[in-house]
Design a binder for this molecule. Structure first.
Ligand code: MN
Length: 435
């Protein structure tokens, strides 16, 4: 296992009672985010059980030393760009000292306890001011399923196994979990119509994706090598890349996604660090027989050995009728972050390979991460075969695509024998009627 230390020990327990056995935020996780306590302004915090610790307040109380103190000071801003820019050293130091402060037996418990805020009473915000957002397409089962609709015999285009495919998304419309958004309007041209018309999207979809937060970044004209790429990753979130399939089908050629994608994208609000995910790193799955090897600039032995994540992913839906009947959200699919044809390091290295600069707090999306088989579809486009079939719900309803009032939840949990399981917190959004 890479980089495991005392902060990962399964024997470690926190004096914060709710952290014990917490499905998302035990003391082994310690994700970073931005929150406002009741009546307070946005600031950096760390989730522990059902509480949030105010990082800058803990810094002002003199609870951190060295690089961790610098990191805690940077976390006093209303966005974590400056903290992420500090890179892995200060971030690791902060984790190490936080773990000691929050562990059972800490001599500082009495000083730390008043700096905790019950999460239920806090407002969570986007963790950074996102300068740029790029969405990739590395979920090979999704790419194959979608490609099959158009090219049954040859679903993947010839570049797919050479290029980590992506497009520049829109940062201004990324929103934190819990934000509702209006169904977009746009140009629609069903096959039955000779000309397009303008109106509310009829084929509104979700996409189950992993979000990647950029750390220090690189200067324009200075590519990041594959060996250096892991040091550029500040952490991970869930990302729902809401998609208007009817608008997309009409607009996407020849330049790719545009208004079908940029009306809203939802991220989970906690940045789960590479340190927290260290116990869940796994080898990149071998490429199928006959596939080309990655070009040399995308191939690194350490990245192939430990560049993938064993992270269980889930999509759930709660419709207004289910809510009225008191039914719980229904699981629509289950997948895993191992279904990425390219690693995060390969995505990042390719992105900068022409000299393009990434900046602290930028966001990358993985693309939809479907698992093989019917149970693993990461979008309704796949589940309903492009809207030709219906998904059955426990309420007796069916869905072709999303309807007004539908709420979609993404979840991520990491489990490994010998490690304490951690989660990402929720990535949730609700569809409101078109304006
Ligand atoms: Mn996407």
């Amino acid at each position: 296992m890479p980089d495991l230390d005392a902060t990962h020990s399964p024997d470690l327990r926190s004096w914060v009672a709710s952290a014990q056995g917490h499905a998302e935020f035990p003391i082994q996780n310690l994700p970073l985010g931005v929150f406002s306590p009741p009546g307070g302004t946005p600031r950096g915090g760390v989730a522990i059980g059902n509480e949030i610790l105010d990082l800058a307040a803990a810094g002002r109380a003199g609870l951190f030393g060295g690089e961790a103190a610098r990191a805690a000071e940077a976390a006093g801003a209303p966005a974590l760009n400056a903290l992420l820019a500090l890179g892995a050293g200060p971030r690791r130091a902060l984790r190490t000292q936080l773990s000691a402060l929050l562990a059972e037996g800490s001599p500082h418990q009495a000083q730390v306890a008043p700096l905790l805020h019950p999460a239920a009473g806090c407002t969570l915000h986007l963790p950074t001011v996102i300068g740029d957002y790029t969405d990739f397409y590395v979920g090979i089962h999704h790419a194959t399923n979608v490609g099959r609709v158009f090219r049954p015999d040859d679903p993947l285009l010839p570049n797919y196994k050479y290029v980590p495919i992506g497009y520049h998304g829109r940062a201004s419309s990324v929103r934190p979990s819990g934000t509702a958004f209006h169904r977009p309007k746009g140009q629609r041209k069903p096959a039955t119509q000779a000309t397009p018309d303008f109106g509310p999207c009829r084929n509104l979809d979700y996409e189950l994706e992993l979000g990647i937060w950029i750390g220090p970044g690189n200067e324009l004209g200075e590519p990041v090598s594959i060996a250096e790429a892991p040091a550029q990753v500040a952490g991970y979130s869930l990302l729902n890349d809401w998609s208007a399939r009817d608008i997309q089908a009409w607009e996407y050629q020849p330049l790719g996604p545009f208004l079908a994608k940029n009306f809203c994208s939802t991220v989970s609000t906690w940045i789960v660090t590479p340190e927290a995910l260290a116990p869940f790193r796994v080898p990149q799955p071998p490429r199928p027989e006959g596939d080309p090897a990655p070009l040399p600039y995308l191939l690194d032995e350490a990245d192939q050995r430990e560049g993938a994540l064993d992270l269980q992913l889930e999509v759930l839906i709660l419709t207004p009728a289910m809510r009225e009947k008191g039914l719980p959200p229904q699981t629509l699919s289950r997948s895993n972050a191992q279904h990425m044809y390219w690693t995060v390091a390969q995505m990042l290295t390719h992105h900068t390979s022409n000299g393009c600069n990434l900046q602290p707090g930028d966001l990358l999306g993985s693309g939809t991460l479907s698992a093989p088989g019917e149970e693993g579809f990461g979008s309704l486009l796949e589940s309903t075969k492009g809207g030709k079939e219906l998904v059955q719900l426990t309420s007796g309803e069916t869905r072709r695509f999303l309807e007004d009032g539908d709420e979609v939840f993404l979840r991520a949990h990491a489990h490994r024998p010998g490690a304490v399981s951690i989660g990402f917190g929720e990535c949730r959004g609700t569809v409101l009627p078109a304006v």
